[in-house]
Ligand binder design. Structure first.
Ligand code: MG
Length: 374
């Protein structure tokens, strides 16, 4: 499975005011399109632009492939689809450049829906009463049942939407219309109120308020764990096997550092601790490797729409010495979490021979994790 994203940004619409098309106007200090592209960071993106905007698009410094769009929206989409034809792409998300705030959760819902349908698109049920108006007066009411407000990205199996566009005479409002003209079923997926389309000047103020809210959406969690020493010749700490004159007692690998970090992530999400998700009373988790717990916490974090900003683990023990292994531990934790190693800190301290760690009865670990809106 290989997913590509087409962002349509060739329009000249200036209803939002100003003398440049709305996708090139400034939102929270950056062009609208820079925000839109950031929402699909790490994905394979084709950006359909107006020929006059090539210099602007290159200045974004994006890894997106630039394709010159046509005179209409569907001509631009067609040009981008043709640029992907013959590649390994199996699924495509088609998105309006003037919608800068699609969430990872929304993108996830769309991709999941393609398992069962050739097309899927986000929409919100109409909840306001609908009127017909004439000359400034209410002329009647309109039944709103079964009515939706359509959004993008609209998701399709690639070959099906390519064939649908090739067969379409043109003039479609969006890609769902093209897909339906070709007889494809398009599932309605729950949309997102924040996934707004910037059309009028007031939409920019709303978009900035949403972005500001996302930037301030930081969640912190802490974790603490202790395991006692027992007979043995090695300990597992932060995913690294360290030779020692003792082992650590506990279910699984007794990786006290990884347990503390896992609990910090659960804590940041207000999702309890390892014991809630992997009850020690359940025989299937007896002896389970700790990386399963950490990977689960990270999965939950992603599902909830957050990413790791950074984390910090402190191991408390007199021995073994942690320093020589700290880099390997950071690398192993980063690998399990699928994050850059620069976001992961592992350090150690002794307790000056005081208390249970000072008497070398066991190892303690504390961890902090900071999560931000993805
Ligand atoms: Mg533990």
């Amino acid at each position: 499975m290989s997913i590509a994203v087409i962002i349509v940004a060739a329009g000249r619409g200036t209803r939002a005011g100003g003398d440049v098309p709305k996708q090139w106007q400034t939102l929270a200090g950056q062009p609208v399109l820079a925000h839109t592209l950031a929402a699909f960071a790490g994905m394979d993106v084709v950006l359909a632009i107006h020929p006059e905007d090539r210099a602007r698009a290159e200045a974004l410094g994006t890894g997106a492939r630039l394709v010159e769009g046509g005179p209409t929206r569907d001509a631009s989409v067609r040009a981008a689809l043709e640029a992907l034809a013959g590649s390994a792409v199996t699924q495509v998300l088609i998105h309006d450049g003037a919608r800068p705030l699609p969430s990872p959760a929304l993108i996830g819902r769309l991709v999941a829906a393609l398992d069962d349908h050739p097309g899927a698109a986000p929409a919100l049920a109409v909840t306001d009463a609908l009127w017909r108006g004439e000359a400034g007066l209410v002329a009647g009411t309109q039944d709103r049942s079964g009515l939706y407000r359509a959004q993008t990205p609209q998701a399709f199996r690639f070959e099906a939407i390519l064939a649908a566009h090739r067969a379409h005479p043109g003039g479609a409002a969006d890609d769902v219309e093209v897909a339906r003209a070709a007889g494809l079923d398009v599932a309605i997926v729950e949309g997102d109120e924040q996934n707004l389309k910037l059309t009028f000047p007031g939409d920019f103020a709303r978009g900035e308020a949403i972005l500001k809210g996302r930037m301030m959406d930081v969640r912190l969690g802490n974790g603490y764990d202790v395991h006692a020493f027992c007979d043995g010749d090695h300990v597992w700490l932060c995913g690294v096997k360290v030779t020692h004159s003792k082992g650590l007692l506990g279910h699984s690998d007794a990786d006290v550092g990884m347990h503390a970090l896992t609990d910090a992530i659960y804590g940041a999400l207000a999702e309890g601790d390892i014991g809630r998700h992997f009850p020690p009373s359940d025989p299937q988790w007896k002896g389970a490797a700790s990386h399963i717990f950490l990977a689960h916490a990270v999965h939950l974090m992603t599902k909830r729409g957050y990413r790791l900003a950074n984390c910090d683990v402190t191991l408390v023990c007199e021995r073994p010495k942690i320093g020589p292994h700290a880099i390997a531990m950071q690398g192993e934790l980063a690998r399990i979490m699928g994050v850059d190693v620069g976001l992961v800190s592992v350090k150690a301290t002794t307790s000056e021979r005081l208390g249970f760690t000072g008497r070398e009865e066991g190892i303690a670990a504390i961890a902090t994790a900071a999560l931000v809106r993805a």
